[in-house]
Design a protein around this ligand. Structure first.
Ligand code: GLU
Length: 424
């Protein structure tokens, strides 16, 4: 097989990781080499440099990206990230993962991702709105409910989605709620979307524990790295179900209490002071230390590449449920698999977000809205089915769950591609 790579510096680890995971999976997927080569490439990539007027009158230039990795199964779908770490290669990796994630959970979307190189904490609310609206207007030719549908990711939130929806709608001439998901409820958002990713992580944790004969939650110790939308909602739901959340962290550092943290109190504290630091009755630890503390389940819900060859050996958890995208490098995968650590991969474990985004899009298109229990019931049904399919593939082909998830997803996209044929 001829293995080539899209033209890239390959400097960004996330993209190297995404391509390596792809190569590992296609080795077991029994696919036509032509299709293997096709799916390696992003369909289209957009780079835009745009001005934003700061509150003091200065005009500053920003760079934004949007990559549509695949549109084979439907509109491309994926979040929009505001971070100084955003690069084209990172966005390419995240877009590719969205393709596999949507295919794995069987929702009719391709994969995309976008990002703007900015630290949103350095912007006033007005600057954030102007940056978002200008970036959104640059994206208009590339997005629509049937073409590409953005959503929140790191550094963005429902308000940012509301500005994107409004910018698009004002330009089109009428309200188009389905152009973006993760919107506030007032403008066509879905019940349960905010909690969806974190909740889905916990649903996958329950499935993984059950598969290993553990059906109780009491006394099962959980550590969550990252206390943004995904980590905080996962910790909250795990706590609600009776798990003992012994450690959490945000960008500034971590907290550890072997007797369990009072997560509702921690959430109240975080809301009041904007960080988890300063919360009483917990030992202060670094983000690195947190990952290797004693626990049964580790939920990385921060950034890519947090679990690597340098710390994989020291991880004490028996289960890793990936809330973040790309938190584990392939080298760390090898070490952890050898040690018998059971990993539920990102494209399965954190798919709750895009699953409920799909429900939001369906509700917007039908102009008919569901209650929260219908959202959560359908979320669990889809996630559990995807977990079972992945587990079966893993058992049949003697693969780890990450490779099995990728094989399942890649085969689905390849099958659709082969059925549609190569145009012209
Ligand atoms: N940003 C989320 C993810 O990485 C959600 C994407 C979406 O809802 O479209 O899965």
């Amino acid at each position: 097989m001829v293995v080539s790579y899209p033209q890239t510096s390959l400097e960004n680890d996330a993209y190297k990781i995404a391509l390596e995971q792809y190569d590992r999976a296609v080795a077991h997927a029994n696919l036509d080499d032509n299709l293997v080569e096709y799916m390696r490439y992003p369909r289209r990539e957009f780079i835009v440099n745009f001005p934003v007027r700061r509150d003091d009158g200065r005009v500053e230039m920003f760079t934004g990206y949007r990559v549509h990795h695949s549109t084979v199964m439907g509109p491309s779908k994926g979040g929009l990230r505001y971070s100084t770490a955003v690069t084209l290669d990172e966005v390419r990796a995240l877009a590719m993962w969205m393709t596999w994630k949507c295919a794995l959970v069987n929702i009719p979307y391709g994969g995309a991702k976008g990002g703007v190189v900015v630290d949103p904490k350095t912007l006033s609310l007005g600057e954030l709105e102007r940056l978002t609206r200008r970036y959104a207007s640059e994206l208009i030719p590339l997005m629509s409910p049937m073409m590409d549908v953005p959503a929140p990711d790191m550094g963005t939130n429902p308000q940012v989605m509301a500005w994107i929806m409004d910018t698009y709608s004002m330009n089109i001439g009428y309200s188009v709620p389905a152009v973006v998901t993760g919107k506030p409820l007032a403008i066509g958002g879905s019940e349960g979307r905010t909690e969806a990713t974190g909740r889905g992580v916990v649903v996958c944790m329950l499935a993984a524990l059950k598969y290993h004969g553990i059906t109780r939650t009491e006394g099962v110790r959980v550590i969550v790295q990252g206390f943004g939308n995904v980590g905080s909602n996962a910790a909250a739901y795990a706590h609600e179900l009776g798990f003992k959340v012994v450690g959490v962290s945000d960008v500034e550092g971590g907290l550890y209490n072997p007797n369990g943290l009072d997560i509702p109190a921690l959430l109240t504290h975080q809301k009041a002071v904007g960080r988890i630091a300063g919360f009483p009755q917990a030992e202060v630890v670094t983000n690195d230390e947190l990952l290797t503390l004693p626990c049964d389940v580790l939920i990385p819900a921060a950034m890519e590449g947090m679990i690597h060859a340098g710390n994989a050996e020291k991880i004490q958890a028996r289960f890793i449920i990936e809330g973040a995208n790309g938190p584990t490098t392939p080298e760390a995968d090898d070490i952890l698999n050898d040690r018998g650590v059971y990993i539920v991969p990102d494209i399965l474990a954190n798919s709750g977000g895009v699953i409920v985004s799909y429900f939001e899009w369906v509700q917007d298109l039908q102009a008919f809205f569901w209650g929260k229990s219908a959202v959560f019931e359908n979320l669990e049904r889809i996630l559990t089915a995807a977990y079972q399919t992945t587990k079966q593939t893993a058992e049949q082909l003697h693969l780890d769950m990450r490779t099995a998830a990728h094989v399942t997803a890649i085969q689905r996209v390849a099958n659709a591609l082969a059925t549609r044929g190569i145009y012209p």
